[in-house]
Write a protein that binds this ligand. Structure first.
Ligand code: SAT
Ligand code: MN
Length: 584
């Protein structure tokens, strides 16, 4: 294979000259090619077979123990002006970054195969989709890209038609953490990643392209690239709503996107459009529409069981790649809270009985094609996307944030999104469980200055006909003993119902300084083991704690100095004033 696109041809030649691969393989995206990649990795030991009877076509990949999560401290946005990247990104001057990366990539693919992976993010015929090409020496990346994106011939044809594409260069390198970098050059639509074979560091279509580079493109072109799931909720009368929700990594986006209605909710249907990323565009009528740029899921495995997420549990019984899980004596994949079997060998390949700590890595992952999801929505392939009724922000907060509340209007919603904070998880290297600001759950993923990004969000109120309503949820509120107050999982549908009822103007709400909260009676708790007092505390607003929160938000905004939009500050001041005088 080759290409009629000269820019692509020249780039591949340049990369080949620099990295010196033994051969070049053009990925065509066929199932036969996928099978060959798997066979080859089984031969090299990159993949281990799992029980063929109980887990057909499932494989285990063990990444290097130092390479198990995204590396935010080694991730850079390299714009000409440092201010364009903003305090929310590590920055390096493009020239310096290029020099550093050229040195690392020199000869890096000697004796290896260079895979050329043309891919399309979004339905192949969607005007909202965007293409890219990843060049990598990792067959694991090639196989994962086949599951996660529309990869191969059709994508290449679109690139040749359009001429424009994002370039991504990746090499696993020697996995030395001191020689590991994920560099983004938004102005050149270029990504370069060296020294990691793991998930978001290496599958460049995902966080690097579909979020960091795409957020930059979106600002220029007038749309939004967001860290959001997209879910379809259908009530027993057949009324459908599409919701987009942003939570930080490993806070349950995949679970919410695949929610199974509890028994108390017969007749309700929930279907998944996407579980991690949404691209949002205004259509000609001013309606915000969402596509999922991905075609597969790279989900957290631990905690997945028949009760917490039966859809996910079922869809990873076949045709899945597992990364860093443990295995049982029977050679089945095992993870904490699987509620089935016992670990024999841990994620590092050691006897699980000798290991202290979890047998599966807390950030171990599955990769599967989205079509394997029992509640997959065909609309994930609709070139026009789905109309969004509500945008939901959320974080992991032990205290403070109520179960659910609604913004007064779009601009207030932007404040709510910009103030999102969450306790950190194992999805990124670093300390777990510390609270950090994570605006729109985009802290690790916004490819430009957050202040400009908030401004871009605010600009939608001038352009859209009917904007979605904005909400905030918190499934993670705890009491003093550390017990969760809300049951979560399928029961979260009860909260989505309130959100939908608000969108349809079917329920009123309590006006509070932080926004609209449900009247307790409007959250259906029938059949839940949840007393009135607990519900009250789930829906309470502690004014002192919120004053402190707003002071923190002000200090956080201060990091962005005078670039912070005046409208955003005005929204914050309004909340502070309302808290102070007790107004609603
Ligand atoms: O970025 S990854 O793809 O490794 C997973 C995540 O953090 O959501
Ligand atoms: Mn994510």
């Amino acid at each position: 294979m080759s290409t009629s696109n000269e820019a692509l041809r020249t780039w591949i030649e340049e990369v080949a000259q620099l990295t010196k691969p033994e051969t070049i393989h053009w990925c065509d995206g066929t199932d036969e090619e996928y099978d060959q990649l798997i066979q080859q990795m089984l031969g090299s030991g990159d993949l281990l077979p799992l029980n063929e009877d109980t887990y057909p076509n499932c494989y285990l990949h063990r990444s290097d123990p130092t390479d198990v999560a995204r590396v935010e401290h080694l991730t850079f946005v390299c714009t000409q002006q440092q201010a364009a990247a903003g305090p929310n990104n590590n920055w390096m001057a493009p020239q310096a970054a290029h020099a550093k990366m050229d040195e690392l990539f020199a000869g890096a693919m000697e004796g290896r195969t260079l895979y050329v992976i043309p891919y399309c993010m979004g339905p192949i015929d969607s005007p909202y989709a965007r293409c890219g090409v990843e060049l990598t020496d990792s067959p694991y990346v090639a196989a994962n890209m086949k599951l996660m994106t529309r990869m191969g011939k059709a994508a290449l044809a679109r690139i040749e038609r359009e001429g424009k594409f994002v370039r991504g260069l990746h090499s696993t390198g020697d996995l030395n953490p001191d020689r590991r970098f994920v560099m983004h050059f938004p102005e050149e639509l270029l990504i370069q990643s060296f020294g990691s074979g793991y998930g978001g560091n290496a599958l460049l279509g995902k966080k690097c392209h579909a979020l960091r580079i795409a957020s930059y493109q979106a600002q220029q072109e007038g749309w939004l690239a967001e860290h959001m799931l997209i879910v379809e909720v259908e009530n027993p009368q057949g009324e459908k709503h599409y919701l987009a929700a942003a939570f930080p990594s490993a806070c349950g986006k995949t679970n919410l996107a695949m929610l199974i209605p509890p028994q108390s909710h017969a007749g309700w249907k929930v279907r998944t459009i996407g579980d991690d990323i949404a691209w949002l565009h205004l259509d000609d009528e001013g309606q915000l529409r969402a596509i999922n740029p991905e075609s597969g899921y790279f989900g957290v495995v631990p905690g997945t069981n028949q009760k917490t997420n039966r859809n996910a549990y079922d869809m990873i019984q076949r045709d899945a790649i597992f990364t860093n899980v443990a295995v049982t004596k029977n050679n089945e994949p095992w993870w904490e809270d699987k509620k089935e079997g016992q670990p024999d060998i841990d994620w590092k390949g050691r006897s699980a009985t000798d290991a202290n700590g979890p047998a599966a890595h807390p950030n171990s992952r599955f990769t599967v094609a989205a079509t394997q999801n029992p509640c997959y929505s065909e609309l994930a392939e609709d070139p026009a996307g789905v109309p969004i009724s509500a945008i939901i922000f959320g974080g992991r907060r032990r205290e403070l944030a109520p179960l659910v509340y609604e913004a007064r209007d779009w601009a207030h919603g932007v404040l709510i999104g910009a103030s999102v904070a969450s306790e950190t998880t194992a999805a990124a290297t670093g300390q777990v469980g510390v609270t950090r600001r994570d605006p729109m759950a985009m802290k690790p993923f916004c490819g430009y200055n957050f202040a400009d990004y908030w401004n871009h969000w605010l600009s939608f109120s001038d352009r859209a006909g009917r904007l979605p309503r904005v909400f905030h949820v918190n499934w993670f509120r705890q009491n003093q003993d550390g017990d969760f107050l809300w049951p979560g999982f399928g029961e979260n549908l009860r909260v989505l119902r309130w959100i939908i009822d608000r969108c349809e103007d079917r329920v009123d709400a309590r006006s509070t300084p932080i926004g609209y909260l449900p009247q307790p009676a409007d959250i259906d708790t029938d059949g839940l083991d949840l007393d009135g007092e607990t519900l009250e505390s789930l829906l309470s607003v502690d004014r002192d704690a919120w004053q402190a929160e707003m002071a923190e938000v002000e200090a956080y905004f201060g990091e962005f100095e005078d670039r912070v939009p005046a409208e955003l500050k005005a929204q914050r001041d309004k909340v502070v004033a309302a808290l102070a005088d007790g107004r609603g």
